[in-house]
Design a protein around this ligand. Structure first.
Ligand SMILES: Cc1cc2nc3c(=O)[nH]c(=O)nc-3n(C[C@H](O)[C@H](O)[C@H](O)COP(=O)(O)OP(=O)(O)OC[C@H]3O[C@@H](n4cnc5c(N)ncnc54)[C@H](O)[C@@H]3O)c2cc1C
Length: 405
C-alpha cells in the first residue's frame, strides 16, 4: 500500500488527504502530522464565520485577486475553481451560502462546523492523525522519504508539504529548503497599519466608507485603491488597508521612511469639485460654525481631529473663513496625509512569499526537483486579498495535489 505523509493539517493538507483518499482506486495509507491540533487555524478565519471562498465564476478574474501567484493559479483554477469548490462542499454535505459581495460562508456561520465536517471525512477515509507531532527533518533516500520527529524516523513513499505561511519563523521552510527548494522573500501581508501620530487613538472605532487611498513610498506613488476602512487605537485597518498592505508588502517602510497614505474622505470628489460645493455651502450658511458644515462630509470625530491637526479654529463662522483656510479644509478632506510606519503587531493575516512556484508543477503540485514531494496552501509563494481567496487557494492547490497523489 502506498504510504503518504501530509506535513501540516491545515485546510490545504486536509483537503489533499481527503481528495487523495476518495479519488484513489487502491487503498492508501495516509497520515497527517501536525505540530499542534489539526485545522485549528480554520477556527479563527472570517472572525469565526470562516469565509471559505469567493464565488467568482471566471478563473482569470478569480486569480486576479492574488498579488503573488496569479498566473500559476490559472492552471490550478482551471482544474478546481470556486464553483467546483462550492459544489464539492455541498456534495459532501456542507451547506454554504454566498453573500452579495461574493464571499462564501458555511450556512451555520461557524468555522467549527467546517472543522467537524473535515474530521468526519478523515474518519470515513481512515486517514491517520498525529497531533502535537512536529516534523523536524525530511530526507530523500532512493525513492523513499525519511521523516524525522524528535522521537521517531518514519518512511513514506510520497510527502505533501502543507505547513502554512510563517514569515516570523523562516526555519519552518527549512524542510523544503533542505530538499533543494528556493524560498522567496517572506513578508507579512493583509495587516493593520500603525500610524506615526500620537493623536490617532482619538479616532479609534470610526469607520469611513469608500475612501480613496493613494500610497506613496520614496516619493513615488506605489498604489491606489478605493474602499472602506476603520481607524483603530494605533492606526488604520479594514478592506482598503488590507489591499494596500498586500500591494505594499515588500516595501521596507519604517519609522524613518514611512509609507504615506493620502486619504480622500470625499468619495471621488476632487479638490475642485469639493471647493465648489463648500463655497456654495458657505454662501448659504454664513452664520454657521464652519466645523458643522464640514461634519456633513466626514464623521464628527474626524472633522474635530483634522481641524486640530491643521490648526483651524472650529468656532469660526463660515463667512469669516479666509481663502487660505478654505483651501486647507478642502485639501485635508480631499487628501490628508498619514504616515504608516509598520504593521500593527500580530495583525497580519497571511505570509507573502514562500516556496518558489518555478519549482512546482502547476498541473500536479508536485515538486519539479524532488519526485514524490507535493506542495499546497500558504507555504507556497501565493497570497490573495481578503474575501475568501486565501482559503480558496488552499482548497484548489490541496485538491490538485490530492488528485495527483
Ligand atoms: C485571523 C485570521 C483570519 C483569517 N481569515 C480568513 C478567511 O476568512 N478567509 C480566508 O480565505 N483566509 C483567511 N485567513 C488565511 C487562512 O487562514 C490561511 O491562508 C490558511 O489557513 C492557510 O492554510 P494552510 O493549510 O496552508 O496552512 P495553515 O492553516 O497555517 O496550517 C498549517 C499547519 O501546519 C502545521 N505545521 C507547521 N509546521 C509543521 C511541522 N514542522 N510539523 C508538523 N506540523 C507543522 C501547523 O501547526 C498548522 O496546523 C485568515 C488568517 C488569519 C490569521
Amino acid at each position: 500500500m502506498l504510504n503518504i505523509a501530509i506535513i501540516g493539517g491545515g485546510p490545504a493538507g486536509v483537503m489533499a488527504a481527503v481528495v487523495a483518499a476518495e479519488k484513489s482506486k487502491q487503498p492508501l495509507n495516509i497520515t497527517i502530522f501536525d505540530k499542534g491540533q489539526i485545522l485549528k487555524t480554520i477556527l479563527y478565519t472570517g472572525n469565526g464565520r470562516c469565509n471559505l471562498s469567493n464565488d467568482i465564476k471566471n478563473f482569470k478574474e478569480l486569480a486576479s485577486n492574488y498579488l503573488r501567484g496569479e498566473k500559476f493559479l490559472y492552471s490550478i483554477f482551471s482544474q478546481f475553481n470556486a464553483a467546483k469548490t462550492i459544489k464539492w462542499f455541498s456534495d459532501h454535505g456542507l451547506k454554504l451560502y454566498t453573500q452579495k459581495d461574493n464571499r462564501v460562508f458555511p450556512v451555520t456561520d461557524d468555522a467549527h462546523r467546517l472543522r467537524v465536517f473535515f474530521l468526519k471525512l478523515l474518519k470515513k477515509y481512515k486517514i491517520k492523525i498525529k497531533e502535537n507531532y512536529q516534523i523536524e527533518k525530511i530526507e530523500k533516500v532512493a525513492d523513499k522519504f525519511k521523516i524525522y520527529s524528535s522521537d521517531y524516523v518514519l518512511t513514506f513513499d510520497k510527502v505533501v508539504f502543507s505547513t502554512g505561511g510563517n514569515y516570523k519563523n523562516p526555519a519552518v521552510y527549512n524542510l523544503a529548503k533542505n530538499l533543494g527548494h528556493n524560498i522567496t522573500e517572506l513578508k507579512p501581508s493583509l495587516f493593520a497599519l500603525k500610524l506615526k501620530d500620537p493623536n490617532i487613538s482619538t479616532l479609534a472605532g470610526i469607520s469611513i466608507e469608500s475612501a480613496n487611498i493613494d500610497s506613496y513610498f520614496d516619493n513615488k506613488k506605489v498604489y491606489s485603491t478605493q474602499g472602506d476602512f476603520i481607524f483603530t487605537h494605533k492606526g488604520v485597518s479594514g478592506p482598503a488597508i488590507f489591499k494596500t498592505t498586500a500591494a505594499c508588502a515588500f516595501l521596507n517602510f519604517n519609522h524613518y521612511n514611512s509609507l504615506i497614505l493620502k486619504i480622500n474622505f470625499l468619495k471621488n470628489k476632487n479638490f475642485d469639485t469639493f471647493n465648489e460645493e463648500i463655497l456654495a455651502l458657505i454662501r448659504d450658511n454664513p452664520k454657521k460654525n464652519i466645523i458643522n458644515l464640514v461634519r456633513q462630509f466626514v464623521p464628527a470625530g474626524v472633522a474635530d481631529y483634522l481641524f486640530k491637526k491643521n490648526k483651524l479654529s472650529p468656532d469660526k463662522k463660515a463667512a469669516e473663513l479666509s481663502k487660505k483656510e478654505r483651501n486647507t479644509i478642502v485639501s485635508m478632506l480631499a487628501g490628508s496625509e498619514f504616515k504608516a510606519v509598520s504593521p500593527v503587531f500580530d495583525s497580519e493575516i497571511v505570509t507573502a512569499g514562500g516556496v518558489d512556484l518555478k519549482q512546482v508543477n502547476a498541473k500536479t503540485m508536485e515538486s519539479k526537483i524532488c519526485n514524490g514531494l507535493y506542495f499546497c496552501g500558504e507555504v507556497l509563494d501565493i497570497d490573495g486579498l481578503t474575501g475568501g481567496f486565501n482559503l480558496q487557494a488552499c482548497w484548489s492547490t490541496g485538491y490538485v495535489a490530492g488528485v495527483s497523489l
